[in-house]
Each structure stands twice: as structure tokens, then as C-alpha cells.
Ligand binder design. Structure first.
Ligand code: PEP
Ligand code: MN
Length: 357
């Protein structure tokens, strides 16, 4: 084959490509018009019966060289792309997305403005065990100028035989301590029916990893006025995580903090695998503040500090960590909580990495 012949064939191919492009563009425009009519008439856009009919007509006319299955596959892709074009508006409109709202959401929790560019800390014991235990940690939290005190009253434990938390009594302890030290309470709620009652005691509703796709709980959190700290599910993709936040905001509550807390992988050296790149992805994709829980992600005291440094370096708005006056006797997560001297060092070491405007 001469060079000229090859060039000529390539030119023809380029022309066909352009024609194909023009054709699928015209097709898309017609589909969009149909979409508008269907929208007005509130008809569902995807019509499998109509698609089947179109595919049958095409394969009926097909004389090769492509197999019918190949023709079906190619056209199915074209149909899908057109359908996605109709649904694009819906997807762009995710209320948590930066496309919807370019500026950062800043959440005011008793004067602590999470998402304002400064570093924020959520610190406290894994579980509320007693007034004295929480007060001791609160004193240390306060002495460092921090505001957000955590503590689990309703504990979603993997085993039903493990300590389940003090329940409402735990919330009462948290509230009493927070009032005495002028702190704000972050605590997990596991049951939609507890939401109303919890409002009297807590400042931030935590939704735990095990409940990230508990849609009734998400809706209940979306129906109240308190900020929500939503943790990433044990095996949730970033997209599932974002959609869980969408459940909350779609009910009217946009004060959501996302918290990366590690995901399950094959790696056993850490309790979970801290997906550090989730932080900038979530910051890019959404307008919500993003925190990193260094305790549950690593499950190792020796990794809390380096993980926190990494989180701040990569753009996290805050850090969550567990502190217990005597971790060895803690009723949950004994292996990974810091004691108070360790917490002192942790905060000192992080000073250079924290932003305080
Ligand atoms: C917690 O923060 O108390 C907790 C149970 O964490 P997670 O839901 O991330 O496991
Ligand atoms: Mn814990």
C-alpha cells in the first residue's frame, strides 16, 4: 500500500469520525428535548421497553461486519451517555458539592468555628465511664485552650457482650462537665428515637462508622438543628460517604463535619487503614470541613502523632483523638487511648503543625 493510499484512507476515517460526532451530538440534542417533555409530564426518563425496541431495530438492520452483540453494546453506551446527560443536572446539584457551593462551610460550635482554616481538636475518652473520668480529661482539654470534648454514651460495640455505654446517664455526665469547663460536647447517637432527647445534652451529634448508612438515623440527624460529625463507614467508598452527608443536608441540616477514620483493608499492622488522600478529595468535592480521627484509624498510640501531622499537612480541618486518665482500665479501646501526659506531648508536638490565625 502506498503512502498516499494510507493517507487517503486516514483522511476518510477522520471524516467519518467527525460525522459520527455530529450524529451523536444531534442525537443528544433530540434526547434532551425528549427529556424536557418527559420532565413536564413527570414521566421517568429511562424507558427500557423503548431501548429494547431501538436495539432490536438496529440489529435487524445490521449486515455486519460487527456482531449484533457488538452493535447492541455500542448503542447501549450511546443511550447511557444520553441518559446521563439528562440526569447531569441532578448530579451537579448534590447539595454538599463544591459545584453547588464553592465557599467553605464554617460550623459554629459554641464559638469554635470548624472549617475556618484553623486547626480544631475533638478530644475525650472513648466511652463515658464516670463524672471523675470525664472531668479529668475535660480539665486537660480546657487547659490547652481547646473547646470540643468527645465521649461515647451510646457505644456501637462489635460484640453485644462488650460495654454498651452509660446511655442517657453518660450524656448527663458530659453535659455537666462541659458546663463546668465551658466546653462543647460531641457524642454519638445510634438510634433515631434518641435524637430529640440528646438535644438537651450535646452540641454535636456524632454518627459513627457503623451507622454511616443507617439512612433513618441520617434523616433524623438532618431534621434537627445541631451540627453533625459524620464518620466514614468501615468499608465505605468516598462516594458513599458523600452521599451519606447528602442524606443529612437534604433534610435541611447543612452543618456537617466529615471525619475520615480509616477503612478496612487487608493490612493488619494498623486497626484500620487511614485513607489520608480522602481528606483532599473530600475538601475538593465538598464544601464541608474534614477531620481525621487518628485513634480509630491507626489503633496504635505510637502512630497518633505522625498520623495527626500527616492529616494537618494534607489539609484536614481538625483532629479527633481519644484521651483517658488511665487507658489501661478503660472500658473500651484500652489499647489506643492516650493518657494525659501523652496528650500533653501530643499537643505540644502538633503546635508547629496547627494553624491558629
Ligand atoms: C467513636 O468515635 O467513638 C467510634 C466508635 O468511632 P467509629 O465510629 O469511627 O468506629
Ligand atoms: Mn473508641
Amino acid at each position: 500500500m502506498s503512502h498516499n493510499e494510507m493517507d487517503e484512507l486516514r483522511r476518510q476515517l477522520d471524516n467519518v469520525n467527525t460525522e459520527l460526532l455530529d450524529l451523536i451530538t444531534s442525537r443528544a440534542k433530540i434526547v434532551q428535548q425528549i427529556g424536557k417533555i418527559k420532565h413536564k409530564q413527570s414521566i421517568k426518563r429511562f424507558d427500557p421497553v423503548r431501548e429494547r425496541k431501538m436495539l432490536d431495530e438496529l440489529t435487524g438492520k445490521n449486515n455486519g461486519p460487527f456482531e449484533n452483540s457488538t452493535i447492541e453494546h455500542i448503542f447501549k453506551e450511546i443511550f447511557k451517555a444520553s441518559l446521563e446527560l439528562q440526569e447531569d443536572d441532578h448530579r451537579k446539584a448534590l447539595l454538599v458539592s463544591r459545584k453547588k457551593k464553592p465557599e467553605d462551610t464554617i460550623i459554629d460550635i459554641k464559638g469554635e468555628k470548624v472549617g475556618d482554616g484553623n486547626t480544631h481538636y475533638v478530644v475525650g475518652p472513648c466511652s463515658v465511664e464516670s463524672y471523675e473520668q470525664v472531668a479529668e480529661v475535660a480539665k486537660s482539654v480546657k487547659s490547652k485552650g481547646l473547646k470540643l470534648l468527645r465521649g461515647g454514651a451510646f457505644k456501637p460495640r462489635t460484640s453485644p457482650y462488650d460495654f454498651q455505654g452509660l446511655g442517657v446517664e453518660g450524656l448527663q455526665i458530659l453535659k455537666k462537665v462541659a458546663d463546668e469547663y465551658d466546653l462543647a460536647v460531641v457524642s454519638e447517637i445510634v438510634n433515631p428515637a434518641h435524637m430529640e432527647e440528646a438535644m438537651d445534652y450535646i452540641d454535636v451529634i456524632q454518627i459513627g462508622a457503623r451507622n454511616m448508612q443507617n439512612f433513618e438515623l441520617l434523616k433524623a440527624a438532618g431534621d434537627v438543628k445541631k451540627p453533625v460529625l459524620l464518620k466514614r463507614g468501615l468499608s465505605a467508598t468516598i462516594s458513599e460517604f458523600i452521599n451519606a452527608a447528602e442524606y443529612i443536608i437534604s433534610r435541611g441540616n447543612g452543618n456537617i463535619i466529615l471525619c475520615e477514620r480509616g477503612i478496612r483493608t487487608y493490612e493488619k499492622a494498623t486497626r484500620n487503614t487511614l485513607d489520608i488522600s480522602a481528606v483532599p478529595i473530600l475538601k475538593q468535592e465538598t464544601h464541608l470541613p474534614v477531620m481525621v480521627d487518628v485513634t480509630h484509624s491507626t489503633g496504635r498510640r505510637d502512630l497518633l502523632l505522625p498520623a495527626a501531622k500527616a492529616a494537618l499537612a494534607i489539609g484536614a480541618d481538625g483532629i479527633m483523638a481519644e484521651v483517658h486518665p488511665d487507658p489501661a482500665v478503660a472500658l473500651s479501646d484500652a489499647a489506643q487511648q492516650m493518657d494525659i501526659p501523652m496528650f500533653d506531648t501530643f499537643m505540644k508536638e502538633l503546635e508547629a503543625f496547627s494553624t491558629r490565625k
